[in-house]
Write a protein that binds this ligand. Structure first.
Ligand SMILES: [Zn+2]
Ligand SMILES: [Zn+2]
Length: 341
């Protein structure tokens, strides 16, 4: 069977692997399709410090169960499933709090351990979720990316009526926007790239601002009647915007840091955290968010089609990855077709 193998940076190809065999509490899944995450592209280009080479990439997959033992999830052979890709050790402090996404020995598919861009994979039943029948494979590949926004919204405790400033209108930012809308909150986007803001408008977001060209503080002041946004999702990791974040947030606001900083950044204005009683929290991957993501997508509460820009066969994946690096503006979510139709 074939899989998409990254031997070392910029050396990715289809490789023949021995057939997988079933293990206790695991199931063999025939993968149909797998989404390409920023993480996969970074593993390809050598920009993900966590990647353990060589590795089969991919963690946003959907497939059909080929063999499975008795299980308490009611999953049977022939069922379509998605797989949560973050595996905690079950023993560390984070895992004991149920925060396996912060496990000190975290193993993520396609990063620390072989991933799911492979024809068949043996996966733990505990990490599998059944996909509703009417949901397409393309939609199912968006379940994991949507969990990132759901987890961030949980971290911020987003409620109806909140003004949520989302800094960075890339895929993660847009996903956060879709999620907070379902919570009845008002998303507001900042991005220095007009094309990304245009894409946000195309997706139905009305409040977008080029925070470099426009007077960002006045824009927020006008939009919120002087209150300022009470939630900020920082999805850019960009230092210039982090320096101004305390000017954008309301009193008693909540700031969620999702983007990894591009450069180590330590100048956080702690006096303003005290003065405004701000809450600052991180959001890493997601934790127990698959059921909510499956429900929101299957009920049509969030759109997935607007994210999917390309579907590529495994054999053309390396060329597509290179083109994604050369022309990032042309791509949104790329899906790799693993199983022939
Ligand atoms: Zn992902
Ligand atoms: Zn752990």
């Amino acid at each position: 069977m074939k899989g998409l193998f990254v031997e070392e940076k910029f050396k990715m190809y289809m490789k023949e692997f021995p057939e997988v065999t079933d293990k206790p509490d695991h199931a063999v899944v025939e993968i149909h399709m797998c989404g390409v995450c920023g993480t996969d592209v970074h593993s390809f280009s050598g920009n993900n410090a966590n990647t353990v080479y060589p590795v089969v990439i991919g963690h946003e997959a959907v497939g059909t169960v080929l063999s499975i033992g008795e299980n308490d999830k009611g999953i049977k052979a022939g069922d379509r499933v998605v797989v949560e890709p973050y595996h905690g050790c079950g023993e560390c402090f984070a895992c004991r709090q149920g925060k396996y996404n912060c496990c000190k020995n975290l193993k993520t598919y396609g990063v620390h351990i072989d991933g799911l861009m492979v024809e068949r994979a043996c996966v733990p039943v505990s990490k599998m979720y059944k996909v509703p029948e009417q949901m397409t494979d393309e939609q199912a590949c968006m379940i994991e990316p949507y969990t990132i926004g759901i987890h961030a919204a949980h971290q911020a405790g987003v409620k109806a009526g909140d003004h949520c400033l989302i800094i960075g209108a890339g895929a993660i930012g847009l996903i956060c926007g879709m999620i907070v809308k379902t919570y009845g909150a008002v998303p507001i986007f900042f991005d220095p790239v007009d094309e990304r803001l245009d894409k946000a408008k195309e997706m139905g977001f009305t409040h977008v601002c080029n925070n470099v060209k426009e007077d960002a503080v006045s824009y927020l002041y006008g939009l919120t009647n002087g209150d300022m946004p009470n939630v900020i999702f920082e999805c850019s990791g960009a230092k210039p915007v982090l320096e101004h974040i305390h000017e954008y947030i309301s009193v008693c606001g909540r700031i969620v840091l999702i983007g990894w900083p591009h450069v180590p950044y330590s100048h956080f204005d702690t006096a303003n955290i005290t003065r405004k009683e701000l809450m600052v929290t991180g959001s890493r991957n997601s934790c127990q968010c698959f059921p909510e993501s499956i429900r929101l997508i299957s009920e049509g509460k969030v759109n997935t089609d607007c994210f999917i820009s390309h579907i590529v066969d495994m054999k053309n994946a390396a060329a597509a990855f290179q083109d994604m690096i050369d022309h990032p503006g042309r791509y949104m979510k790329v899906l790799i077709r693993i199983r022939d139709k």
